[in-house]
Design a protein around this ligand. Structure first.
Ligand SMILES: NC(=O)c1ccc[n+]([C@@H]2O[C@H](COP(=O)([O-])OP(=O)(O)OC[C@H]3O[C@@H](n4cnc5c(N)ncnc54)[C@H](O)[C@@H]3O)[C@@H](O)[C@H]2O)c1
Length: 397
């Protein structure tokens, strides 16, 4: 991928399409990048909204067939922000066409699919990236630094919670996020993927065994579609409704054991009334504890147990200064950034990594190794819930 620009072809133009368009657009405004990301081509299925979105965000070209982007030698990187069932075909074809690939999470619906995608990028030796954007929240990246500086010590407990409530109304239709065929799972793949990855990233630890349960509260829903973000066309569905069976989890809980000797509990749900997007993680170690809650995006809570007893207490650190990861690229201290910038930070890191021309993503994380490791945990929990037993990760890999 020679040259001073990085030509991006993006597939999908709705929720994540918007987040990624904004990321490619904004990254060079805030970061000094070795190459200029160029919004080369936007790909989607419906012509009119595709044209309108391309115009709004400044994509130079648009196409309804992603294969056209693969044939175009100008395009360096294929960015995949479509539902999970479409990830494998596009990623594998992109790798075979020797394009770098940046794929949304979860990598796939199943471990088997993710493994094929992983094998494809490795075989083609193309740079590979996963949009685990929460890694690039300044407070989360700072949490990792504290672990690396051995401020937390041996980890005893981890707690991951990802709570939403957008489908608790039975009138919310059976959109793709509730379709086993399209999404693979419900809250599990969608939400636990993030907390599993955050734990791996912050702690550097690995999951070894899991034991989980799934629950589906509403078993039948009207057929419908996603409109924007997490909204659906529920309002438009009037009169007799064609119903479909919900085959994915509305909520999931799992216990885990970690390689380092720690244990953990994880929960994800779309039925936690009052919580629209509460993603939080807590780690308790022998020297200290860390707490991050996305609802308090700018802050990391830190308990330093090495201080004199009279000085001990939870500290609420505003991760907005030039000393915190990413924050200094934006505004003065306590002028916070937010959700959109987690994608901008990711795009900036991808461009920097591509420019360094390290094949197969090298030291960039999250790459497909991380995506596959996360998928193994997702799969192990799924097997555990189905078979009502503990599952060792070795059974999956
Ligand atoms: N990183 C995050 O925080 C985050 C948040 C939401 C979604 N996601 C992930 O992003 C991906 C997309 O989710 P979304 O929320 O943007 O969905 P969405 O429903 O908002 O948009 C999906 C887009 O893909 C298009 N599409 C669907 N099937 C396609 C196909 N076969 N070929 C080409 N285009 C197709 C749709 O027309 C639409 O433009 C999913 O994998 C999801 O898990 C990640």
């Amino acid at each position: 991928m020679p040259g001073d620009s990085l030509n991006v072809g993006l597939v999908g133009y709705q929720f994540m399409g918007k987040a990624h368009s904004n990321a490619w657009l904004q990254a060079p405004h805030f970061f000094d990048l070795p190459r200029q990301p160029v919004m080369h081509t936007l790909c989607g299925r419906s012509l009119e909204p595709l044209k309108a979105t391309a115009k709004r965000w400044g994509w130079k070209n648009y196409t309804q067939d992603y294969r056209e982007m693969l044939k175009n030698p100008e395009i360096d990187l294929i960015d995949v922000s479509v539902p999970n069932n479409a990830h494998p075909e596009i990623v594998i074809a992109a790798a075979e066409a020797k394009k770098a690939v940046a794929c949304e999470k979860p990598l796939a619906r199943t471990y088997e699919e993710a493994k094929a995608m992983h094998a494809a990028v490795k075989k083609a030796k193309v740079n590979n990236y996963v949009w685990f954007n929460y890694r690039r929240v300044p407070a989360v990246a700072y949490a990792r630094q504290l672990v690396e500086q051995e401020r937390i010590g041996k980890i005893f407990h981890v707690r991951g919670l990802y709570l939403q409530d957008w489908i608790k109304d039975a009138n919310i239709p059976l959109v793709w996020r509730l379709s086993k065929e399209v999404a693979g799972s419900g809250s599990h793949g969608d939400l636990c993927a993030h907390t599993i990855d955050m734990l791996r990233y912050i702690s550097g630890d690995e999951f070894t065994e899991v034991c989980g349960i799934f629950e589906t509260f509403i078993k039948q829903r009207p057929i419908g579609r996603m409109v924007e973000g997490l909204t659906t066309n529920a309002q438009e569905i009037k009169g007799p409704r064609e119903m479909g069976k919900v085959e994915v989890d509305d909520a999931v809980w799992f216990l885990c054991k970690l390689k380092g000797g720690g244990v953990g509990t994880f929960e994800a749900t779309r039925f936690a009334t009052g919580y629209h997007n509460a993603n939080s993680i807590e780690i308790n170690g022998e020297k200290g504890s860390l707490r991050f809650d996305f609802s308090n995006f700018s802050y990391l809570e830190f308990f330093d147990d090495t201080l004199p007893a009279s000085e001990k207490g939870w500290r609420r650190i505003s991760c907005t200064t030039g000393n915190h990861p990413y924050a200094g690229k934006y505004w003065p201290a306590d002028h916070p950034i937010g959700y959109a910038e987690t994608f901008v930070n990711t795009a900036a890191d991808i461009v920097a990594h591509v420019a360094d021309s390290k094949a197969s993503a090298g030291d960039f994380h999250a790459n497909f190794d991380d995506g596959l490791a996360c998928q193994a945990v997702l799969e192990a929990v799924t097997v555990s819930a189905k078979e009502k037993r503990w599952v060792n990760l070795k059974e999956i890999k």
